[in-house]
Design a protein. Structure first.
Length: 175
């Protein structure tokens, strides 16, 4: 018996054909999208690391340069707490960081300086062994990346960086 092509075949006998290209197209679009998302994440993550690294290096460079300048201290006050009143150009009150207590610092004096093109305070200290240190404090601004505690070598000195009480702090001294 000959089949008539004019009659539709029963649905039980005929299976609809699935296009092989459609699922492959969907899979390739998904893979391309996932790859693009991963590339964007990697670029953003890499940029963030580069930004924080550059920020820390710029801080260390500026602080080391001011430390080496060995300018005469402008403000000689009896106590650390008196700095805020003695230095009216500061937009913040200097803070005595607890982490430098182990140095047993002797306060020598302070002066204004520029760190990252911002007004900062440089506080000159000496320890019991006679080593000179500079403690730097500059106000944080919202555009500053979050800086983890760091130690860098800048211009032959060790620069310790951290954030505390809304301030960027740096302690510069011998290695």
């Amino acid at each position: 018996m000959q089949e008539n092509s004019d009659h539709p075949q029963s649905s039980s006998r005929q299976r609809p054909r699935r296009s092989q290209s459609k699922p492959a197209f969907n899979r390739s679009v998904i893979w391309i999208a996932l790859t693009a998302v991963l590339v964007v994440i990697a670029v953003v993550w890499g940029f963030r690391i580069l930004q924080v690294t550059r920020f820390a290096n710029d801080l260390a460079r500026d602080m080391a340069a001011c430390h080496h300048a060995e300018q005469e201290v402008t403000f000689r006050v009896g106590a650390f707490q008196e700095l805020a009143d003695a230095m009216p150009q500061l937009t913040f009150s200097p803070v005595f960081p607890q982490r430098i207590e182990k140095l047993q610092p002797v306060f020598i004096g302070a002066q204004y300086c520029n760190i990252l093109e911002r007004t900062a305070v440089q506080i000159r200290l000496k320890n019991a062994g006679g080593s000179s240190y500079s403690l730097f404090q500059v106000r944080l601004i919202p555009a500053d990346p979050e800086l983890k505690d760091s130690e860098l070598i800048g211009e032959g000195v060790l620069v310790r960086l951290w954030q505390q009480d809304g301030l960027l702090m740096g302690l510069v001294g011998t290695r």
